[in-house]
Design a protein around this ligand. Structure first.
Ligand SMILES: C[S@@+](CC[C@H](N)C(=O)[O-])C[C@H]1O[C@@H](n2cnc3c(N)ncnc32)[C@H](O)[C@@H]1O
Length: 192
């Protein structure tokens, strides 16, 4: 990787933070994966969460992101990585679990900054601009007894996310949380 490439990665790719660590820990703790299971991490960023799953679970792990810089970084981490908008290119009923740490910060439209870091962080005015379409689409690619692990923040409105998930046939249970001065992060496990 050249210096120019490294600069692009550092400014254009979300690097692991508290939300990434909480999500990876929760999935590793909860998921009883088997060797023929296939897991998908949507919005992999640096590849940290997918890398933890690949290291600590026996399953095959696919990483994806809409951001080409993230796809490149995750591939350099040795992950099987696909450039994708949410789950659009994937076949029906294939994933035993789908994991997502979405962009969730509520953002005033006048303060949007229009770059890849905005795509990583901003959830639009209500924080759910990416979460809601994800919840509408993810059921299609999930195996019948599969589960979704979704990182949510108190800033995003956890009850609203649970209600929206219910609209798409999912029950939700919070399986991990961590509080910070300005927000509480939770991992929701969604199942049908
Ligand atoms: C908060 S970052 C999380 C990155 C990484 N998974 C982690 O936990 O460190 C959100 C990621 O979702 C990606 N993303 C945003 N919108 C997306 C979409 N429509 N489809 C796929 N990925 C998306 C962003 O590019 C970014 O990498």
């Amino acid at each position: 990787m050249t210096l120019e490439d490294r600069r692009d990665v550092e400014t254009d790719v979300y690097q692991p933070a508290e939300d990434s660590y909480l999500l990876a820990e929760a999935v590793v703790d909860r998921l009883e994966a088997e060797s023929d299971d296939v897991l998908l991490e949507v919005g992999t960023g640096s590849g940290y969460v997918a890398g933890r799953l690949a290291e600590e679970l026996p399953a095959r792990v696919i990483a994806s992101d809409v951001n080409p810089h993230a796809v490149r970084q995750a591939r350099e981490e040795g992950l099987e990585t696909v450039r994708a908008d949410l789950v659009s290119p994937f076949a029906d009923d294939v994933f035993d679990a789908v994991v997502f740490n979405p962009p969730y910060l509520p953002t005033d439209p006048e303060n949007e900054w229009d770059d890849w870091m905005e795509r990583a962080l901003s959830g639009g005015e209500d924080g759910r601009a990416v979460i809601d379409p994800f919840l509408a689409a993810v059921g299609r690619v999930l195996a019948p007894d599969g589960a979704v692990y979704l990182l949510v923040s108190s800033l995003t409105g956890v009850d609203d996310v649970v209600e929206e998930a219910g609209e798409h046939g999912f029950s939700a249970v919070a399986v991990a949380d961590e509080s910070f001065p300005f927000e509480t992060l939770s991992v929701l496990e969604l199942f049908r």
